[in-house]
Design a protein around this ligand. Structure first.
Ligand SMILES: [Zn+2]
Length: 507
């Protein structure tokens, strides 16, 4: 812990000298922007470099004429937009981290539209973000924009069909992966799915093809939205069926993403969302079992479906949940456990009675949380980029003064996890980046690489709770289904065990 405190003193002064600080600082940087196009031969069209093609095809730069290659300025702006979208240090150069991200397998649909006119802040501000995603009908109306209803389904029962298999999987495995992915979307946004034998009448047709016309070598799938959705997977990609292994890509994961497009969703920079365009090796050896809250919410907004009044159970045991979105400790013995729209109180690790809606327990609170943390008597809930603050007093949560508020714009990511520090600050995390954050001052201190400062945290960490409230030397670190004990000084972690062995279900 001491070394961390020294770093807090040193790092901000170093970081403040860097322009455009965001996300983590790359370890290596190439001295010159690479990836510039080659001149045309004998006055012929220029050969765009793979980087130029990437930025152009996925919407990070405005599509340019083949004879007029992007200027160095366009290229730099495109790289900056890409780096912002993917939570990288914004160097504007084709640096090593950018190269690594661009090498990941991805969906062919574009990430941004008309890159050149997109202002950086549009990615940050919730209102602009919604506008970009073409979601918020009210806001669009204010701007005089019309929602293109041709891009929405007018029915709720959709028929689907599969054509072919990839070379790496049997017909049975292919079906299994797709059927499971479809079942996860069942009832989300009110949609129901039925298989049909006739591909011609399918609303959603999944097929496996040689994608010889694909925009970029990293592309492994593409999907069109309503109506008549066509999902194409690369037949020659070495797909694994449900579980993702190193060196392979899970068809189940790619299908979950593609069905999102089939229903009308577009790409988002949010790392927790299925609609992030990059199929990173995030969920190695594990399987996605539920549609993330973000995607559920986005789909509801798109179809103007109000938040559910009845609890969506999606197979979850409501008395004792087996998955967590977040957990926070208001005292050493009293914790609050969040999953979907619900919250449970937990005393000495034992679930206390029935769940309640988050909004019932936290006045004017969010529908769901991305992260929660309690520090210095203040319990804060993060939902997207909004911070809700509460004091726990006489058995209930009371709104703290000055909340809700927006996350400071220097934090470019959407927090997916949080844990408290001894000095009253908190740590916010998302993917491989973190920020130390002073909630009361609403200011970040350090933004850096998670694995450098906090090695051995669970890959997809959700919450960290000090083992003893007066001593922050050890934390329980939770991901969605497991818990391990983590030492803050040595960064050593115990093997993970299931949360079902950690929390007690009182029957
Ligand atoms: Zn996509």
């Amino acid at each position: 812990m001491k070394s961390l405190i020294v770093l807090w003193i040193l790092i901000p002064s170093v970081l403040s000298t860097l322009p455009g600080l965001s996300g983590s600082v790359p370890t290596l940087k190439r001295p010159v922007p690479l990836g510039v196009h080659a001149p045309g031969v004998n006055g012929g069209p220029v050969q765009k470099s793979p980087v130029e093609v990437y930025l152009d095809e996925f919407g990070y730069t405005a599509s340019s004429n083949e004879l007029e290659p992007p200027t160095p300025f366009d290229l730099q702006m495109g790289l900056l937009r890409f780096q912002m979208y993917h939570g990288l240090y914004r160097s504007g150069l084709f640096d090593v981290e950018t190269e690594e991200k661009m090498a990941l397998h991805r969906c062919e649909n574009e990430d941004l539209q008309n890159g050149a006119t997109l202002k950086a802040k549009m990615l940050l501000h919730p209102r602009f973000r919604k506008w970009r995603l073409r979601l918020n009908r009210k806001f669009m109306k204010k701007l005089g924009l019309e929602l293109d209803t041709n891009r929405l389904w007018k029915k709720k029962s959709l028929q689907w069909s599969i054509q072919g298999t990839p070379n790496s999987l049997t017909q049975k495995e292919t079906r299994e992966a797709l059927v499971d992915a479809i079942s996860r979307w069942e009832n989300i946004g009110g949609f129901r799915f039925f298989e049909t034998d006739s591909p011609n009448s399918a609303d959603i047709l999944f097929s496996f093809e040689q994608m010889s016309d694909k925009k970029h070598p990293t592309v492994v799938s593409r999907a069109s939205g309503p109506n008549q959705s066509r999902v194409v997977f690369d037949k020659f990609q070495p797909w694994s069926h449900v579980i993702q292994y190193p060196g392979s890509l899970s068809l189940h994961r790619a299908a979950l993403h593609s069905i999102g497009h089939s229903l009308g969703l577009q790409h988002t920079p949010e790392i927790d969302s299925l609609m992030n365009p990059l199929f990173k090796s995030a969920q190695l050896f594990s399987k996605i079992t539920a549609i993330p809250n973000e995607d559920d919410k986005t789909l509801r907004e798109l179809y103007a479906i109000p938040a559910p009044t009845v609890t969506q159970s999606s197979g979850e045991t409501l008395k004792c949940p087996k998955h967590l979105d977040s957990v926070t400790a208001v005292s050493e013995n009293l914790w609050f456990f969040f999953r979907k729209y619900n919250v449970w109180s937990v005393k000495n690790r034992k679930f206390q009675g029935e769940h309640r809606r988050i909004k019932e327990v936290f006045p004017d609170g969010p529908d769901f949380v991305n992260a929660t943390v309690t520090s210095n008597g203040l319990t804060v809930l993060f939902a997207e980029r909004t911070i809700y603050g509460y004091q726990y007093d006489a058995g209930r949560f009371v709104k703290a003064e000055g909340f809700p508020r927006e996350l400071h714009e220097r934090v470019l990511f959407f927090p997916q996890a949080a844990f408290p520090l001894t000095n009253g600050s908190i740590v916010l995390l998302s993917g491989n980046v973190f920020a130390t954050y002073d909630v009361l001052a609403n200011m970040p201190h350090i933004l850096n690489d998670k694995n450098r400062m906090f090695p051995n945290l669970p890959f997809d960490v959700r919450s960290g709770i000090p083992v003893h409230t007066q001593d922050y030397s050890r934390y329980y670190m939770f991901d969605e289904t497991t818990v391990s004990e983590w030492q803050s000084a040595s960064h050593e972690a115990t093997p993970a065990k299931p949360i079902t062995d950690f929390f007690i279900c009182s029957t």
